[in-house]
Design a protein around this ligand. Structure first.
Ligand code: ADP
Ligand code: MG
Length: 451
């Protein structure tokens, strides 16, 4: 393969999608799709470590395996080492370095240049093979037939990952999880790759040895001049090793930028929430843990508009509503539960009955109980909203959940479920997708026009 081209990205991911079909019945009729990765784009530059972070199920591993082509992408491009000097093919506009279109020979060469490290070091090794033979295997596959030379390379690598040359003849079960991950690193490096994709490389390890392995990864990355896509669900791990960060939510990238900028000045509410979960050594900091309430959506049926709106603590209030932000979040959760038929009036009544030691509860008491379950205040500060809420509670108690849901649905909507935010630039390549940015921009524009 070609050498990396200075400032050109080593990897350009463009609108990458991976949808898994959902089938039904004996004929496997396709009835839908899990949009595990749903149009992500980013560049990785030579020598850089880009962190891909997001909670479990957001599509990180699917992105990794589509990029490295362990799985076939549904759509999009993965351009490896192909800067501007490579033209597009006139026939179909495709890029000659698009991994998703590589033929077998190109793929073989790509597999030498791009290596992957997985979460579970135990499953990465054949228990019947000595670790030396395991590490040497890729050399053999790629045609290095000189046994002595292979052994020399492997022994040297074992030492560079903090083991010893004597470990060559030992077997995987003789090593701890951390040591196995060191061996996995040696094997990933044996072909002198340009790109490493590491999928949760320390998540399966004891907390006590994570730091060691992370610092080894950083050292190796410098030493070998590697470019790395580093995947983790844990912001504190990302902070240890990454130059840049991409935050993923339900198949999409919602924020990307230099690690320093993303950590010190997060723009997306989801990033904010992830950061708030990092334990701080200083108990006096006033940063409070942001608790994400609301429905966790599925990639088979992602919410309209901003995909995060069902859980967002900053979900926007429409112009005609003005209330405490937490109450607005609670109100939308209540609305969504009503729509899903998930409000159990009878069990609320039962709770009150038990509390009142068997006395038949008043409607007011049951309504209060439901409000408290949904973290709704005794009364909303917005009078019109309060009236609607109270009416819909009455409808629920009267057993007409459909009418209650209808009432809530027509009165309470958020702009966040109506338009899909674009990535907005905050300078220095720091971008994020949130409607609040548009609102900020508008008010700035208005302020500027007023001047
Ligand atoms: P992460 O690595 O961020 O935890 P994954 O990429 O493993 O997330 O999964 C993303 C989504 O895709 C999840 O909802 C998961 O259930 C779904 N998914 C992953 N692999 C498959 C598959 N082979 N078939 C169907 N759905 C899948
Ligand atoms: Mg994963």
């Amino acid at each position: 393969m070609t050498e990396p081209l200075g400032d050109e990205p080593i990897l350009s991911v463009r609108n990458l999608k991976k949808h898994y079909p959902i089938t039904e019945g004996v004929l496997s009729r396709e009835v839908g799709a899990a949009r595990a990765v749903d149009g992500i784009s980013f560049d990785l530059h030579p020598g850089e470590t880009l962190g891909l972070v997001g909670e479990s199920g957001c599509g990180k591993s699917t992105a990794a395996s589509s990029i490295i082509r362990l799985e076939e992408a549904t759509d999009g491009e993965v351009i490896f080492n192909g800067g501007d000097r490579w033209g597009r093919r006139p026939e179909d506009g495709s890029h000659p370095n698009d991994v998703t279109r590589f033929d077998d020979e190109e793929l073989m060469s790509f597999r030498r240049d791009a290596q992957m490290i997985f979460q579970d070091p135990s499953s990465s090794f054949d228990p019947r093979m000595s670790v030396g033979a395991s590490v040497a295997e890729p050399l053999m596959v790629h045609g290095m037939n000189d046994k002595t030379q292979r052994r020399e390379i492997v022994e040297d690598l074992l030492e560079r990952v903090g083991l010893s040359a004597d470990d060559y003849e030992r077997y995987p079960h003789e090593f701890s999880g951390g040591q196995k991950q060191r061996i996995a690193l040696a094997r990933a490096l044996v072909l002198n790759p340009e790109l490493i994709v590491a999928d949760e490389p320390v998540s399966a390890l004891d907390v006590s040895i994570r730091a060691e392995i992370l610092s080894l990864i950083s050292d190796l990355q410098d030493e070998f001049g590697l470019s790395m896509l580093f995947i983790s669900h844990d912001m504190s791990v990302i902070r240890e090793v990454c130059d840049r960060v991409a935050v993923m939510y339900l198949g999409e990238i919602v924020e990307i930028g230099d690690a320093e900028d993303v950590f010190s000045d997060p723009q997306h509410p989801y990033t904010e929430a992830l950061l708030s979960a990092i334990p701080t050594p200083d108990p006096r900091t006033d940063r409070k843990d942001i608790e994400l309430r609301g429905t966790v959506p599925s990639p088979t049926d992602p919410p309209d508009g901003c995909r995060f709106h069902t859980r967002c603590h900053r979900v926007i209030q429409p112009a005609d509503i003005d209330m405490v932000q937490e109450h607005w979040r609670s109100l939308l959760n209540f609305r969504d539960q009503a729509a899903a038929g998930g409000i159990d009036v009878e069990s609320a009544r039962e709770v009150v009955r038990v509390e009142a030691e068997g006395e038949e509860p008043s409607d007011a008491a049951v309504k209060e109980e439901i409000r408290s379950e949904f973290e709704l205040p005794e009364s909303l500060s917005d009078a019109a909203a309060e009236e609607t809420l109270d009416e819909s509670l009455d409808l629920l108690l009267a057993g007409d959940e459909a009418a209650a849901s209808e009432r809530l649905g027509s009165a309470f909507t958020t702009p966040c479920e109506q338009s899909d935010p674009e990535l907005t630039d905050h300078g220095d390549g720091h971008r994020s997708a949130c409607l609040l940015h548009d609102a900020d921009q508008e008010s700035q524009d208005i302020a500027a026009a007023d001047d």
